[in-house]
Write a protein that binds this ligand. Structure first.
Ligand SMILES: [Zn+2]
Ligand SMILES: [Zn+2]
Ligand SMILES: [Zn+2]
Ligand SMILES: [Zn+2]
Ligand SMILES: [Zn+2]
Length: 367
């Protein structure tokens, strides 16, 4: 225990002959020498802080000196100054400490004083703080942990419980266990690797360019059912010769990449891509699209799985300027396109349809 936990200091502990009458420095509550004092704002009477706090807990806002309301202030400087001149014996004097300390240095000394007791975690006996390290380094009941074999044992059991042989055996055991664990881990990783190797060739990425569809020069055609394993609903296409002849000033023509795509696909307002057979799923990787007649045409694409919408993406398409839309939606069975809004492009007269040009669609499917 240090003085910080006490109320006032017993006058027995005063050493030397103080120049002041110490009775003037007594606490009105405990009648001992003031310790860590604070004062009442009205009457300026100082009290030990622990004494007044205890008092206020029972007599809220009342001054022990019967003032109106107790409001705390700092201890008057004259009292602090007088206290500072007093010399005090260490609290642990009876344990053998013969230090006499100034009032102000008392707290610090008593926290560090080597004559206070500390309990040994091994033998549980009370040891002087100054002897503690020595005792701890020798006490037979202290528990030690071997850094090599991780064994925990009491110091005086070393010869029985932690000999060199035991330590090495333990280490070997530990290593065996670890290697077993690692073998298990390697087996798991190997299994995973094999699985990915099997899976990889099964995933086929398909770029759908619409160029392998039957010729459509004199008019537009539907994409007949099951094209690249999928149903294409409300999606049409025609050869570039058709577009050049019929709509030379349209997004169909400006979207053309020279020499790359004789067929151009499109849809009006809405379209669907669905799986060719039930229970199959595919990954919708990307689509490249532009508007045929408008600017800022709003395109919304949604991905569905088992009749539930799981992905959605909205973008604005420009007239004839292809936009690459990367989605990578996995395990879908239906893709829905919807187009609306936008304003007619200045080059276009008479047409204001929400037609969307589909230049390329990329899908992955498990075969
Ligand atoms: Zn007191
Ligand atoms: Zn007062
Ligand atoms: Zn001491
Ligand atoms: Zn001990
Ligand atoms: Zn060991």
């Amino acid at each position: 225990m240090t003085s910080s936990q006490q109320h006032g200091l017993s006058s027995d502990r005063i050493r030397g002959s103080p120049k002041v009458d110490v009775t003037h420095l007594e606490c009105l509550i405990c009648h001992q020498l003031l310790w860590k004092p604070v004062a009442c704002k009205s009457c300026e009477i100082p009290f030990c802080s622990s004494c007044i706090y205890q008092w206020l807990a029972n007599n809220p806002k009342q001054c022990p000196n019967r003032c109106q309301t107790y409001i705390e202030r700092k201890c008057p400087p004259i009292v602090t100054k007088l206290l500072a001149e007093i010399q005090i014996a260490c609290f642990y004097e009876s344990n053998g400490c013969n230090q006499v300390i100034s009032y102000e240095g008392l707290d610090k000394h008593e926290i560090e004083c080597g004559f206070q007791f500390q309990q040994c975690p091994g033998c549980k006996s009370q040891i002087f703080k100054k002897d503690f390290d020595n005792h701890h380094n020798q006490c037979p009941s202290i528990e030690l942990t071997c850094q090599d074999c991780k064994l925990v044992y009491k110091r005086n059991d070393t010869d029985r419980k932690h000999t060199d042989i035991i330590c090495l055996k333990k280490q070997l055991q530990y290593l065996r266990h670890e290697s077993k664990h690692n073998k298990c881990k390697i087996k798991k990783l190997d299994h995973q690797l094999k699985k990915t190797r099997i899976l990889k060739p099964m995933i086929k990425k398909t770029k759908v360019t619409f160029n392998d569809l039957p010729e459509a020069i004199t008019g537009t055609k539907w994409i007949s059912n099951i094209y690249n394993g999928l149903n294409w609903t409300y999606i049409y296409y025609a050869n570039e010769l058709y577009w050049k002849k019929m709509h030379p000033k349209s997004g169909y023509i400006t979207s053309l990449i020279p020499g790359s795509s004789p067929n151009i696909a499109y849809f009006k307002d809405s379209a669907l891509i669905t799986v060719g057979s039930p229970n199959k799923k595919f990954t919708f990787v990307s689509v490249t699209a532009c508007a045929a007649w408008k600017d800022d045409l709003e395109l919304t694409i949604t991905g569905h799985r088992n009749f539930i919408e799981i992905n959605t993406h909205t973008t604005k398409l420009l007239f004839g300027k292809l936009q690459f839309i990367l989605l990578y939606w996995e395990d879908v069975d239906k893709i829905m396109f919807k187009s609306s809004g936008g304003t007619a492009h200045p080059l276009v007269s008479g047409h204001a349809g929400s037609d969307v040009v589909l230049n390329q669609v990329t899908i992955c499917s498990l075969r």
